[in-house]
Each structure stands twice: as C-alpha cells, then as structure tokens.
Design a protein around this ligand. Structure first.
Ligand code: ATP
Length: 916
C-alpha cells in the first residue's frame, strides 16, 4: 500500500487528529513554520540551473572569436607581445560583458517565473489568509475554490458540489465528483479516491476544504514530476527573427571583411597584418551581443511593467502588446472599483432607499425619505434574510488583518457583491451571528458566471427548510412561478413579470447593478437534488440595486488608448442598461456604437456578426463562452486582441486572444495559467500602461539595432574605403576591438532603457508583421553608417596628408572620430525622427554611458603607458577640432536631410487602426 492510500479509509476527524490540527482553527503560524523547516517547501524540484561556467565558456564559442584568439596567439609567438596581450584582454572583457548580459537576462527571466507563482488560501490561527502555495505544510487547512488548482495533496473534509478534473494524473478528462466521506477500503485506484484532492488537478465546479497530507515531491504529482515538461517558451518571435538576422549579418560581415583583406593585400599591405585586422573587423562587425541585449531590454521593460502592476507571464506578449488594436475588458472590478454599495431595494412593490457609505454597516432603509421598520414589510424582511444567508462573505472592522478588500473603516472578506449584501442586511438588523444561531446551511449550489446565480438549502431551528436563491434578475425570474407580496404568495402573471423587468431596467439605467432574490419551501430530501432540480418553481421576492463606481483612472486610460488607435470594448455579465450607462460615462460607448447582448449574439450567424463586430462597443449579459466568439471575430477582422477574464470559463477566450489578460486579485488559477499578462491590481488602466511599455520596449530594441548596425557599417566602410584608396590601415586591430567593446557595451544597453518618446501613445498600433527596419531604422542604418564611415575616413585622410610620416597620429584621429561619431549617433537613435527631436539629458543612464566612454577614450589617448598598447598618441587642439567636426557632421547632415524629407519616418502602418 502506498503512503497516499492511507487517508482514504480514515474518517476526516482521524486525519485531523493525525496532523494535530483543528479544522476550524488551522495551524498556528509558528507550527506551520516548524513544519516547513522539517519537510521543505511545497514545490516540485526544478530542472538543472544554468551553470555559470558553461555560460562563460559559451561566450568563446563564436567562430570568429576563436580565429581571432588563434591569430593573436600566433602574433604573440612571433614576438608582438603587447598587441597579443591587449587583444586577448579585450576579447576577455568582451566575453565578460556578454556573460554579464546573459546572466542578468537569465536572472530576470527566473524572477518573472517566480512572480506568477500560484497562491493558496489557507486557515492559520483561525483566519483565512492567502499565501504562496510553496509555503503549505502537511496539516494546513486549505480552501478549494472553483477555477483553482489544488495546491497540494489533500484529504477533503468538506465539499459543496465539488468537481475536480484529474486528467493530469489519471488521464480521465471527465470531472470527478468529490466528497469528504471515508471509503470502506483504502486500496482503491487513484481515480476512485473520491475524498482526496491531488496537487495540480483543477477544480471545475463547487468548493470545499481539505487537510494537506502531502506536499512537494511527496505528492502524487511529485512522483511523476519528471514526466511533466514544464518549460515555458521564453523565446520571442522578435528574438528568433533577430537570431536569423544575426546569421545573415555574420555572412555579410564575413564577406565584407574578406573583401577588405583582399583589397588591402592587393594594394600592397602586409598579408599577415591584413589578416589580423580583418579578423578583428569581423569580430567587431558581427553583432553577437544582439540576442542578449534584446533579452535584457525585454526583461528590464518587464520589470518596469511590474512597477506599473502588470506581470508578464509570457515574454512574447511584450511584443504583441505594442500591436494591440482592441482591448476587450470585463466591467466589474476592471473598469469599475468592485466596491459595491446597495442603494436601492425593490420589494412589496415599493422602492426603498438605503443610506450609508461603503462597507460601513451604518445606515438606514428609507421609503420616501422616512426610515422604515423592516419587520413590517414581509418581502423586505425575507429579502434581507436571503441576502444574509445566501452569502459567503463577511465584513469586519479593518484592524483585523488578512483580508483582501479594503474600504473605509471596514473590509470585506469574500466577493464584493456578497459583501455589499451582507452590509445592507446588517443595516436592516439582520446580524449574521443571530442568523447563524437560528439557521443551518445544509447545502450550497455555488455561483458561477454561466449560471449567473447561486442558492443555498437552509433549515430554520423550527425545522422548516427553504431554498434561498439570488442571481441575475432575468435568470432568476425565469425560474419563478410565484410572487411574494405582503407576506402572501401570488401566482406570477405576465403583467407581474413585466413590472419586475421594467423596475430592473429603470434601476439599471441609473448604472445600478441589480440582483434578484427568490426562495421556495423545500422537502428535507432535497439535499440530494441537482441544482436544476432544486432551483425551480421559485417565489420572487425583490431586487437590490448596487452602485459600483467606475475606477477614477480608467477614463483617462480610455482616452489615451483611443489616441493610440486602440479601441476599448466592454464585456459584462451585467444588465444592458447598467453596462451602457457605465460605458457611456467612461467614454467607451460612442454615440453610434452598438450594444449587443448575449442573446443577440446567440441569434446571430457568424457572417452577420462579422459585419458589425467593428461597431460594437458594449456586450452585455454575455456568458464567458461568448467571449471566445468575440475574440475570433475580431481576429478575423485583422485585429490584435487583448482580452481580460477571471473565471475558469474565461480561459479559452484568454488563450485564444493575442494577449490574454488575467486578474491578479479576483482571477482563478486557470485563468492566470491561460493568460500572458496578469494585472496585479485588476485595473484596466494597467493594461494601457502595459501597452505603452510594450510599445516602448519594441522601439528601444529598434533603437539599439539601428545603433549597433550603423556603427558596424561605419567601421567596415572606413577600412574598406581606405584599402580601396591605397591608404594605410586607418585603424589597428586593437582599436577596432576597443570601439566594438565600447559601442556594443554601455551605450547600447542604455538605449534599452530609454524613456518612451512623447508620441509613443499618439501613434497607431504597429502592424505585427512589420519589419524591424521600417519607420526610419533601415534608412538610418544606411545613411548614418555611410556618413560615419566617410567622415572618419576624411578625418584620417586629412591628418595623414598633413603628416604622412606620423601614421600613429592619423590613426589616433580616425580612432577618436569613429568613437565620438558613434557616441553622437547614439543620441540620434533615440528618436524615430532626427536628433533634434529629443532632449539629450532625459536618459541619465545613456549620459553616464557616453561620459564613461569619452573618459575611456581620453585615458587610452592620454595615459602614456597605454599609448604603445593602443597605438595612440596625445592629440592637440587642431586634431580635436578635426575630430569633433567630422564626428558630429554625419548626424547633423543626415538630420538636416531628414528634416527636408520627413515622409521616411511617418509612413502609415499597413493596417489602419480602429476608429476611436
Ligand atoms: P464582469 O463585468 O466582470 O463580467 P459581472 O459580475 O457582471 O462582471 P459575472 O461575475 O460573470 O459578471 O456575473 C454575472 C451575473 O451574475 C452578474 O451580472 C450578476 O447578476 C450575477 N451575480 C454576480 N455575482 C453573484 C453572486 N455572488 N451571487 C449570485 N449572482 C451573482
């Protein structure tokens, strides 16, 4: 018998005793810590870490670097010690830089993975708290809720309609119904252990509680952990494209340097010297650092996103974010605050007002401005009873820690809709503690967004049993046959229904979110009934309308996304009028924009829907299944779609969307797993910030590509032209390598963290298939590269003509010009336009990088012991004038030309954005 099987035939009390835990108290924090030290964290052991040594050695795997090292070694053996040592030092420095970049990239990726680690709701010291699932220990009491994955192996002690999908373990994809009863035999197969829940399996319906019996590698999942491939693709399309580009560039650089060498030898240069120069040039010209810098730019951008409360789960989505043309957002909690307050109640044909603010349980129920005695209104009284009993939330004064929602001096533990109902019941004098003494809950048919309702089977101390239900008004009304008025039951007539729906619409038009309440007497045998059997022939009691104010920052975010060519669409389970009222207030709904309901969608054929999908601003009364259809239709129309969701049923749409977005607070594990982005604060405005970051990251990658490649073009060109013109070598190998080290290094990295251009969110979304080189980048590489090469050569030529006997002086001038012109050019790369379009000092990292490069240049030129190593001499005033003029000329001249032909930078993207 395996160890796991042990719990199956034990009574739950025996299991609790074995683990020395009282299920209503949970473990103490102290005890939990002790157990954690004993058994270790609740995690499956990970695959091997990357070895640092291997990563360092990797830096030398590049073929040209090996050739350079070999050539240097030979020159060392031939007696050129200084050169050899200096070149080797630079190669090592370069490898060190690459190594540092890659370690940093890897570390950021690992940190990212940790951020999206799963959490568990656990009872410790009598309180439910959320902790990292890793911290769970045997004996912990955990809550299991629909949509979450079971965080460890548990013996169930309490279940409500709990269904778990265990295919990861058993291969059986049909969800298994679970309960907490002990089985007669222990040796049943895994799939039949109805009172156990296993780590990693998914709760598809209902909820429950369990005692953790095994954690980490001790779980069933742990046993097969080696079978599970858990490698998330962290490669991005852009990175892959750049790697391909890199391969092309290697061939091109190789060919060009070979050309330089051959031309040089043809014009009488020493073959060996030309070979060394050629190899150095190849090493310099091959942008081997590109993928690492891309990863760093992505990872740093992702860290900036985290600061703005967006957690990226899949790196490729960073790129896609910048292309988003439509954001489909849930309403409740994302566009609104999800801080509900009941303000109106309709019962006994009268509309009552509720006073009081937030979750503070102080306030009155008024009718025509006069306080009413709730006990005198039978329906109102019954409604309050249902509101309090058909409810899983509680509200507490704020001092008590460990709760999730805050507002004023009180906070809610649980769903805000239910919290608001608990508060209004309290205002009406329905205190939960008193109710608990009178009533017993026998069963719950839990809420889910598909059903749009929930109900409980309750028993009064007098022995009477009722089914108390609440839910979306239209859904509940459909299940009602009677109406409760003045304490009497009346058949529900067509006119009665109409009146209820009218009231519902009136309330909804004031942006109130409404719930309906109903009940029925029910037989004691009802406990075994399915939800659809129990939830019928109900008696309608009344409506409660609550406000859920829009989030303050959302209006601005919607305006911003409109400007950025991104359309926002509201998708909600709420009533159409409520949705339209809020969508209009937020600026989502345009005057001529359409509103569709779930029913409309249901009745519509795909072709019809496709015709109007671009015009729809609001989807109301939709179920999660509709979301998938909306995503697909928008994608068919060529949109890049971001879609939010929180429930299990949202997962398919989140997965299908180009950018699937899950809620950090309200989201289920399943929705988070399907998502590529998680909003830590569930806030719509965070999506817009993430889009802005996404656009900026992509632009920054384009910036340093344009920087690196133009610099390389310049380097190759000066050498090639000099050889063509039968001039001496303008740069010696060590200088070429030095230029490469300095340019590939700090300035390029600083471009990766460049702040966004002001107009980043004023441009239409980028086409996801556009090349990196469009919108000015390719043009810049060619023009600036050409001019840098020409001007450096000119500087060399002028200096050489003045003093042909002092070649070192001319080479120093060429060297300084090349370095400086690249340092000037780096500022040109910061804008899609010209160098004149940005303030140079708003990227302090870049200023530091450029300054340190200038200092390094000065050291190499003026520190006497380095003169022989770098083949440099001190430069005087005259030379500096020459250097400065020729190094600033390329960017100034090219900038002026571009000002005269601005169209190069403002080409329209291939696909037009949605009209805002
Ligand atoms: P969203 O805008 O994010 O879709 P929503 O609350 O409108 O939010 P759901 O959470 O799917 O969407 O809820 C659908 C409907 O179910 C709600 O409009 C409401 O009528 C009803 N409902 C919501 N919460 C509960 C609850 N706790 N008990 C019963 N019915 C509920």
């Amino acid at each position: 018998m395996t160890e796991q099987v042990r719990w199956v035939d034990w009574e739950k009390e025996e299991v609790a005793e074995y683990f020395q835990v009282n299920p209503s108290v949970g473990l103490s924090e102290k005890e939990a810590k002790k157990r954690l030290d004993q058994v270790g964290p609740n995690q499956l052991s990970e695959g091997g870490e990357i070895s640092l040594l291997a990563l360092f050695i990797d830096q030398f795997k590049d073929f040209m670097v090996l050739v350079l090292l070999a050539a240097t070694l030979i020159s060392g053996l031939l007696g050129e010690y200084t050169d050899a040592i200096a070149i080797i030092a630079i190669v090592f420095l370069n490898a060190g830089l690459g190594f540092f970049q890659e370690v940093r990239a890897e570390k950021s990726l690992q940190a990212l993975k940790k951020l999206s680690a799963p959490t568990a709701k656990v009872k410790r010291d009598r309180k439910w708290i959320k902790i990292e699932a890793q911290q769970l220990v045997p004996g912990d009491i955990v809550a299991l809720e629909s949509g979450d994955r079971i965080p460890a192996d548990v013996r169930l002690i309490d279940t409500e309609n709990l269904y778990v999908e265990e295919s990861a373990l058993t291969g059986e994809s049909v969800p298994v119904s679970k309960n907490s009863a002990a089985l007669p035999r222990a040796d049943v197969s895994l799939g039949d252990r109805r009172n156990m829940g296993y780590m990693g399996t998914m709760i598809v319906r209902g909820n429950g509680t369990g005692i953790v019996v095994h954690t980490g590698m001790g779980t069933e999942m742990g046993r097969i952990a080696h079978l599970i491939e858990n490698t998330e693709a962290m490669d991005t399309p852009l990175k892959r494209r750049l790697e391909q580009l890199g391969k092309v560039l290697i061939v091109v650089a190789f060919f060009l340097t070979a050309l330089v060498v051959v031309t040089g030898i043809y014009h009488g240069h020493d073959a060996y010297k030309m070979f060394l120069a050629g190899v150095s040039l190849a090493v310099a010209a091959i942008p081997e650092g590109l993928p690492a810098i891309v990863t760093i730019a992505l990872a740093l951008g992702v860290q900036r996103m985290i600061k703005r409360r967006a957690i990226v789960r899949k790196l490729p989505s960073v790129e896609t974010l910048g292309c988003a043309t439509v954001i489909c957002s849930d309403k409740t909690g994302t566009l609104t605050q999800n801080k509900m307050t009941v303000t109106h109640i309709w019962a006994d044909q009268a509309l009552f007002q509720v006073t009081g603010d937030g979750y503070d349980p102080k306030g009155d129920i008024l009718l025509e401005r006069k306080k009413v005695n709730v006990r005198k209104w039978a329906s109102l009284e019954r409604l309050m009873e249902i509101a309090a009993l058909c409810n899983n939330a509680s509200f507490l004064p704020k001092e008590k820690k460990g709760m999730f929602h805050k507002n004023g001096g009180w906070e809610i533990d649980g769903d805000p809709t239910e919290g608001a109902l608990m508060v209004v019941a309290h205002k009406a004098g329905f205190d939960r503690r008193r109710l608990d003494a009178e009533w017993k809950r026998l069963k719950e048919y839990p809420f889910d967004s598909e059903r749009k309702m929930m109900s409980v089977l309750v028993q009064h101390s007098s022995g009477k049993q009722f089914l108390y239900a609440k839910g979306a008004p239209d859904v509940l009304l459909n299940k009602c046959t009677h109406l409760f008025v003045d304490g009497k039951l009346m058949p529900l007539t067509e006119a009665g229904r109409k009146k209820i729906m009218q009231t519902n619409e009136q309330l909804a038009a004031r942006a109130l979110r409404n719930l309906a309440f109903a009940y029925r007497d029910i037989k004691p045998s009802a406990k075994t009934m399915q939800d659809w059997q129990a939830e019928q022939q109900l008696v309608f009691v009344g409506l409660a309308g609550m406000i859920d104010p829009p989030r303050q920052e959302v209006k601005k975010a919607i305006r911003q996304s409109k400007k950025a060519g991104i359309k926002t669409v509201m998708i909600t389970g709420d009533h159409q009028n409520t949705a339209v009222a809020i969508a209009t207030e937020l600026g989502i709904k345009r005057a001529n924009g359409l509103t569709l309901t779930g029913q409309d969608l249901y009745n519509m054929r795909d072709e019809e829907f496709l015709k109007i999908v671009n015009d729809v601003d609001v989807y109301a009364r939709v179920s999660p299944e509709h979301k998938l259809r909306i995503v697909k239709a928008l994608q068919k129309k060529g949109h890049v779609v971001a879609m939010t969701g929180d429930g299990v049923n949202d997962a398919p749409a989140i997965k299908a969307a180009d950018i699937g977005i899950a809620m950090g607070i309200a989201g289920t594990d399943v929705s988070k797993e399907a998502s590529s982005l998680i909003l830590a604060d569930d806030n719509f405005a965070t999506i817009v910030s993430a889009v802005e970051e996404g656009r900026n990251i992509y632009e920054n990658i384009r910036k340093f590509i344009s920087y690196l490649l133009a610099s390389n073009v310049g380097e190759i060109l000066i050498m090639f032209l000099a050889m063509l013109a039968s001039l001496p070598l303008p740069l010696v190998p060590i200088q070429i390598l030095w230029v490469n080290l300095v340019t590939d290094g700090l300035p390029a990295m600083a471009l990766g963290v460049d702040p966004a251009e002001e107009n980043t969110m004023a441009r239409p979304p980028r086409n996801s298939r556009e090349s990196i080189f469009v919108r000015g980048v390719g043009w810049k590489i060619v023009t600036r590269g050409l001019l840098i090469g020409l001007c450096s050569l000119a500087a060399f030529w002028i200096a050489y003509m003045e003093t042909p006997e002092n070649l070192v002086r001319a080479q120093t001038v060429a060297f300084a010009t090349l370095v400086l012109s690249q340092l000037v050019y780096v500022y040109d790369c910061r804008s899609q336009g010209t160098i004149f379009q940005r303030t140079p000092l708003d990227n302090p990292m870049l200023a530091m990088a450029v300054l340190s490069s200038v200092i390094l240049l000065a050291v190499v030129i003026y520190y006497p012991p380095l003169g022989p190593v770098f083949h440099t001499v001190s430069l005087g005033f005259r030379e500096w004038v020459l250097v400065i003029v020729t190094s600033t000329l390329p960017v100034l001249v090219a900038g002026l030309i571009d000002l005269l032909r601005p169209s190069a930078f403002h080409k329209k993207p291939a696909r037009t954005a949605v009209e805002g």
